[in-house]
Design a protein around this ligand. Structure first.
Ligand code: NAD
Length: 417
């Protein structure tokens, strides 16, 4: 089998090219939309607890701001590269356009191993990184949020660092903040809840009731663990879950609230009593109705796509499926809810959080979830309609919808100077 290209930015560009071709965009517009607007690479010197100084590499990429400020998370992971951040930033551009919220796309990351750092080291690294990127972020310019191995505490440090340099409290500079600091009700669950709204719609398309359906979830963090809980609460039988240390399987269905407790107490799902141990590879091939990849990129590839048995693949993670695997899944009749639609609940409630911060007026969780459902259902059906109109799969349809919106905004703005 030919070696598959797993470079995330080249994958993102191929996905864009397919949509540009369908839309018949001219060459100039394609060039404008293909590349990031701005890329900042920073060195992040950090005092470690043993008195030594380490310099981490950090990035912030703004892919496109035609429709509004750049928006996107910050990832801490040993494998973060500039191409990964560029891909994630461009996916944010298309995601914000898919759900039609007034943002462009951005993303940031620091190449580090947060599991091997103390809280004090993480705070010092975060504050220095925030200070280095503060020259391009801001409530009207570029608004970070949590991503893999960053959380509301990370956002609080960034908000505080940015505010100290400005001399006032700038709540709207980041989203995914703690509630005490202007965070939004429902933001923690938003990515998973948005995915659940999409899964409910997909079940109707596939004529498969969610109640009693079987599900497997890869990744047990913000996106995955909460998706597992919401699926469980909706009456689905979650038969497999996993995290970076391995996975669990039970044909009778896992007691998700107890698995959550186990993860809370031990740091992993592994070791949970009353379930078989499976690897992450086995989890992806589990016999189930709904597969939710909620960890990292390039999990479903040409190597394993033909063994994926789920009828619905709900991409809570960004970029979990390669273009080659996508083709295989489509040919086998799986319904793939693409990442730029499926996990857009996070950025949608981030948008609500930002709007609440700018207004200084806060909504309750009922209101947040109601609006989230409205945005996600509307986007799902617009993508479905586009897929039927152009006779393409849901991913190509989402890109066609999103690229058309960004291209039109770019066209009416005109080319400066
Ligand atoms: P997180 O840090 O909260 O959790 C990551 C989870 O993935 C952990 O359980 C970790 O153990 C697991 N994991 C890491 N490496 C793994 C591997 N090789 N195999 C299996 N599991 C592995 O991160 P998150 O915020 O849940 O992000 C997960 C995915 O969802 C990412 O692709 C992210 O970009 C995407 N996403 C997150 C949000 C958000 O609001 N947090 C929004 C949209 C998309």
């Amino acid at each position: 089998m030919a070696q598959e290209n797993l470079n995330p930015f080249e994958i993102a560009q191929r996905q864009f090219d397919t949509a540009a071709e369908k839309l018949g965009l001219d060459d100039g517009m394609r060039e404008v939309l293909r590349y990031p607007k701005r890329q900042l690479v920073v060195s992040v010197p950090t005092l470690m607890d043993d008195g030594s100084v380490r310099v981490f590499q950090g990035y912030r990429v703004q892919h496109n701001v035609a429709r509004g400020p750049a928006k996107g998370g910050i990832r801490y992971h040993p494998k973060v590269t500039i191409d990964e951040v560029k891909a994630l930033a461009s996916w944010m551009t298309w995601k914000c356009a898919t759900v039609n919220i007034p943002y462009g796309g951005g993303k940031g990351g620091v190449t580090c191993d947060p599991k091997k750092m103390s809280r004090a080291e993480l705070e010092r690294m975060t504050r220095r990184y925030a200070s280095e990127i503060s020259i391009i972020i801001g409530p009207d310019r570029d608004i970070p949020a949590p991503d893999v191995y960053t959380d509301s505490q990370t956002m609080a440090w960034i908000m505080d660092t940015y505010s100290m340099t400005r001399g006032y409290s700038a709540l709207g500079v980041v989203t995914g903040k703690p509630l005490e600091l202007g965070g939004s009700a429902g933001r923690r669950e938003a990515t998973a809840r948005g995915a659940l709204f999409c899964i409910r719609e997909a079940c109707q398309v596939m004529k498969k009731p969610l109640r009693g359906a079987t599900a497997a979830v890869q990744g047990f963090g913000n996106a995955g663990a909460i998706a597992a809980r919401l699926l469980h609460d909706d009456g689905a039988r979650v038969v497999a879950v996993s995290d970076s240390k391995g996975g669990l399987y039970s044909s009778r269905g896992l007691d998700i609230p107890r698995v959550l407790e186990h993860k809370e107490n031990t740091g992993s799902v592994v070791g949970f009593k009353g379930a078989e141990r499976v690897t992450n590879d086995e989890l992806l091939e589990t016999r189930c109705d709904i597969l939710v990849p909620a960890a990292l990129e390039n999990q479903i590839t040409l190597r394993n796509a033909s063994r994926v048995r789920a009828r619905i693949v709900a991409e809570a993670a960004n970029g979990p499926t390669t273009p080659g695997a996508d083709r295989v899944l489509h040919e086998r009749g799986s319904f793939v809810i693409p990442d730029i639609l499926c996990n857009a609940g996070g950025v949608t409630v981030s948008y609500f959080e930002w709007a609440q911060n700018l207004q200084g007026f806060f909504w309750d969780e009922f209101e947040v979830n109601k609006q989230l459902e409205r945005f996600m259902k509307r986007a799902f059906h617009e993508v479905l309609e586009t897929s039927r109109k152009h006779n393409v799969d849901m991913r190509v349809a989402a890109y066609v919808l999103a690229v058309a919106r960004v291209a039109e905004a770019t066209r009416v703005r005109g080319l400066f100077p």
